[in-house]
Design a protein around this ligand. Structure first.
Ligand SMILES: [Zn+2]
Ligand SMILES: [Zn+2]
Length: 346
């Protein structure tokens, strides 16, 4: 099969012919019809992820059809159209048994712990636990674009943030993750404030439901601005970027008993940001992480998409070929596209 391969971190990637994957006993092989391009793939290529062994094939936001099935798989058939969470659970550890596959003790992640979906085929583990059937109304490209950003935002806003109608929600960073969060919180009836440093991102945030925006390059005190707009602070605030400053602002702009949800990754030398712990104690703030979403939670998200309350296709940017993904991946840190790029030609 054709696949995007790198043999060293930060070294050139190539489209190569490599052996087709075979399913493990509990797994399947999926023919990839669409796969999203994500900053996590860039972090992997940079060498920030200790799970990756070389040579490696990136890609974890995928949709496609099952072409081969392991002998222990009971729920799936060849030809089934599926997607998969970027964190795949084992199905049997204490986390999985408690319904928290997103923090499985033995998690696998296509594109990290094994070869991913920047390829014609990808192997997926524990298919009965992890595969998600795609409704007819949701295209392969849309399903791939849900990838990790939209589903992570869904869990962050709905399950971790517990956002309800009428609440004020602040979203720091309006890239792919942040715009998804704005759309989802707005659909739940919250009043959303989008914060970013780029006016075109803020324009998109308003288009997908933000009632107010703050340009952090123009407004000197973001925390004060959010407190003023929200009349006392946000009930729920997300750092959708993953940066020490946006993290700090997201915690500091909460009202009493507010909930901060960390969605953006803080890696390498940014992984230990400072925290206004005085406010956390005095105001009884909640600090939460959000890491992917379990396969069984996709059903509620799909229902909102099918009902027209969520329109993730609005967040799709360019559709590109496998060959074009090589250049797009290595330049991800230089170009901050608002729309999600999806590979749909292999
Ligand atoms: Zn598990
Ligand atoms: Zn991703």
């Amino acid at each position: 099969m054709k696949a995007v391969v790198y043999e060293e971190f930060r070294a050139p990637l190539f489209v190569r012919n490599v052996p087709d994957p075979a399913p493990r006993d509990h797994g399947v092989v999926v023919k990839v019809n669409a796969t999203g391009l994500c900053r996590s793939d860039w972090h992997g290529w940079m060498g920030h992820d200790p799970d990756i062994t070389l040579p490696h094939v990136p890609g974890h936001e995928l949709a496609g059809g099952i072409v081969a099935i392991g002998k222990d798989v009971t729920l799936w058939h060849e030809g089934d159209r599926v997607t998969v969470p970027f964190v795949c659970g084992c199905g049997s550890c204490p986390q999985c048994v408690s319904g928290n596959h997103q923090v499985c003790d033995h998690q696998s992640q296509p594109g990290f712990t094994h070869w991913g979906s920047f390829a014609e085929y990808v192997a997926l583990d524990y298919a009965d636990t992890n595969l998600v059937p795609l409704p007819e109304a949701i295209s392969d490209v849309t399903a791939a674009s849900l990838g990790c950003r939209f589903v992570t935002s869904f869990r962050a806003v709905v399950d971790q943030g517990k956002v309800t109608a009428g609440q004020w929600v602040a979203v720091h960073g309006c890239g792919g993750v942040g715009l998804s969060a704005v759309m989802i919180a707005n659909a739940l009836g919250a009043n959303v404030v989008g914060i970013d440093i780029k006016e075109d991102h803020l324009e998109l945030a308003r288009q997908v439901g933000a009632v107010a925006t703050v340009n952090a390059t123009v407004i000197p005190d973001v925390v004060e601005a959010v407190r003023e707009i929200t009349r006392g602070g946000a009930h729920v605030s997300l750092d959708a970027l993953g940066n020490p400053q946006t993290f700090f602002n997201s915690v500091a702009n909460l009202r009493k008993r507010g909930r901060h949800v960390q969605v953006g990754l803080l890696v390498a030398d940014q992984s230990r940001p400072s925290l206004p712990m005085d406010q956390v104690v005095a105001n009884e703030l909640h600090i939460l992480g959000s890491h992917g979403m379990q396969a069984f939670r996709y059903r509620d998200m799909f229902a909102m998409i099918e009902a027209g309350k969520l329109a993730p296709e609005k967040l799709i940017g360019d559709m590109i070929s496998l060959e074009e993904s090589v250049e797009a991946l290595v330049t991800m840190d230089r170009f901050d596209w608002a729309g999600i790029k999806v590979i749909n030609r292999f």
